[in-house]
Design a protein around this ligand. Structure first.
Ligand code: NAD
Length: 460
């Protein structure tokens, strides 16, 4: 089948109403859940092959994550799909108004390599729950996971309405030439712009889940050891290849002096004295990323790490301190296990740096001061804010997950996914009798004018 024929087949299924019944949607979610539990070993092996991802971490951040999302949505879907009544203004009464969620049609989901199961399937859960047909495009840079998903998904899901297309730039480019009713893209902002441009001819709505540098601010009101352990966990998970990983730390010299050794101790606690031998520490996805990352190590003072091995693509968890703002490592999203600490004079300078750059996907603050937290919330903009913990916000299904500005547009998870993949249709129902509308029809007499003005005054 050509790509065009694949999309056509999905559209025919959608048009035939295959995906609309609640029972079909719930059955698909249940089947996906079964796939993730019955075939977890195959998927864990694939993640180990692609990213040396520890199976426990794969459960937490990939398979188990999607299962939780399925459970959260399954339990609430019937309620979320009920028409939602809204108030009707007095001038239109008697009448009923409601919002009805309807599926969009055929949705394209394009995923990246770093969490190749979660970032492909979590959006798909939302798309199916909302009653769409879906075409999935896994990342070619996680080839074992891509192959496993392409093999397993047709075994479990309804192939009339769900299809997987593997491939890289060439296939994705051809896919983007097809007409979709929504494109959901996760990855870097350069390709995000390609996706946005491809969406223009058909006015296709898009969600862009992008990345960027997510800053951390630490002040002297918190215990540096406790903060360091949280930061090290969020940073070095998946060898730093996490879109919401802390990218760099802003702290005063005094705080940095206590935080840097605490981070080194945290790395040892998580991965031992030689992380190269830890089964819990991942590897860099490919040579291109490895070369880029090792080129960023030459900045400030290395507190721990800095060691690498091109053969196994091992790059040690690395903490750099006294890093100047114009260092190469501060010029781009790091997306690897390198954690620079940039000295600042205090909160004002930190806020200046954060607010002066691209809006981050996430911003993390370790401070017990309410004033600091309030200032961060009101004086900066980011996809999310984590006070006291990095990355974990994305596991709260009730929170919208997405970026703002350069870190993306749109959001998903839980009900936000259903909203993203639905059209919210406005429905107004008014009986023909009594015909109260007559009072505002022409011809406009003086009496009607007085009535209308009086009514508007009363309503305002
Ligand atoms: P990637 O290279 O796997 O690319 C993502 C997808 O885009 C792939 O499916 C790929 O086939 C496709 N693609 C690549 N080039 C293309 C082109 N020219 N035209 C059309 N499609 C193309 O992943 P990546 O972009 O390296 O991912 C890392 C980036 O993604 C980082 O910036 C990271 O912060 C961001 N990210 C964001 C989130 C989030 O949820 N917001 C999650 C993970 C990663």
């Amino acid at each position: 089948m050509t790509l065009a024929q694949t999309v056509d087949a999905l559209r025919r299924s959608f048009d035939a109403g295959t995906t609309k019944p609640l029972a079909w949607r719930l059955a698909q979610l249940a089947a996906l859940r079964r796939m993730l539990t019955e075939r977890s070993a195959e998927l864990e092996d694939a993640l180990l092959a692609d990213l040396a991802k520890n199976p426990t971490e794969s459960q937490v951040a990939e398979l188990g994550f999607v299962v939780s999302e399925i459970d959260h949505i399954t339990r609430r879907l019937r309620r979320w799909l009920k028409p939602r009544r809204v108030t009707v203004p007095g001038a239109i009464l008697p009448a009923r108004a409601s919002i009805v969620r309807e599926p969009l049609g055929v949705v394209l989901v394009i995923a990246p390599w770093n969490y190749p199961v979660q970032l492909l399937l979590a959006p798909v859960v939302g798309a199916l729950a909302a009653g769409n047909a879906v075409l999935l495009k896994p990342s070619e840079l996680a080839p074992a996971t891509s192959a496993a998903l392409a093999r397993l998904i047709p075994e479990y899901l309804d192939t009339r309405a769900v299809a997987v297309v593997e491939g890289g730039v060439e296939q994705t480019t051809e896919l983007l030439e097809q007409r979709f009713d929504h494109i959901f893209y996760t990855g870097n902002a350069r390709v995000g712009r390609i996706v946005a441009a491809a969406a223009v001819p058909n006015l296709t709505p898009i969600t862009l889940e992008l990345g960027g540098k997510s800053p951390v601010y630490v002040d002297d009101t918190v215990d540096p050891e406790a903060a360091a352990l949280r930061i090290a966990w969020g940073k070095f998970m998946n060898a730093g290849q996490t879109c919401v990983a802390p990218d760099y730390i802003l702290a005063t010299q005094a705080v940095a002096a206590r935080l840097a050794p605490a981070l080194a101790a945290a790395v040892r606690e998580l991965y031992g004295d030689d992380p190269a031998t830890s089964p819990d520490y991942g590897r860099i996805v490919n040579d291109r990323q490895f070369d880029r990352l090792t080129g960023l190590l030459d900045a400030g003072t290395t507190i721990i790490g800095g060691v690498s091995d091109p053969v196994t693509r091992y790059l040690a968890p690395t903490v750099l301190t006294d890093v100047p703002r114009d260092a190469a490592v501060m010029g781009e999203e790091i997306f690897g296990p390198v954690l620079p600490i940039v000295p600042v004079s205090g909160l004002d300078e930190a806020i200046g740096i954060i607010a002066g750059g691209d809006k981050p996907l996430a911003l993390y603050v370790f401070s017990s001061s309410r004033r600091v937290r309030r200032r961060i919330l009101t004086e900066t903009s980011s996809g999310a804010v984590g006070f006291g913990v990095p990355a974990a916000h994305l596991a709260v299904a009730g929170l919208p997950f997405g970026g703002v500005g350069e870190s993306g547009m749109g959001a998903y998870h839980g009900e936000n996914s259903v909203r993203t993949f639905s059209h919210e249709k406005a429905v107004l129902t008014k009986s023909l009798k009594p015909d109260t509308m007559r009072l505002i029809y022409p011809p406009y007499t003086e009496a009607k004018d007085r009535f209308v003005r009086g009514l508007l005054r009363k309503l305002s």
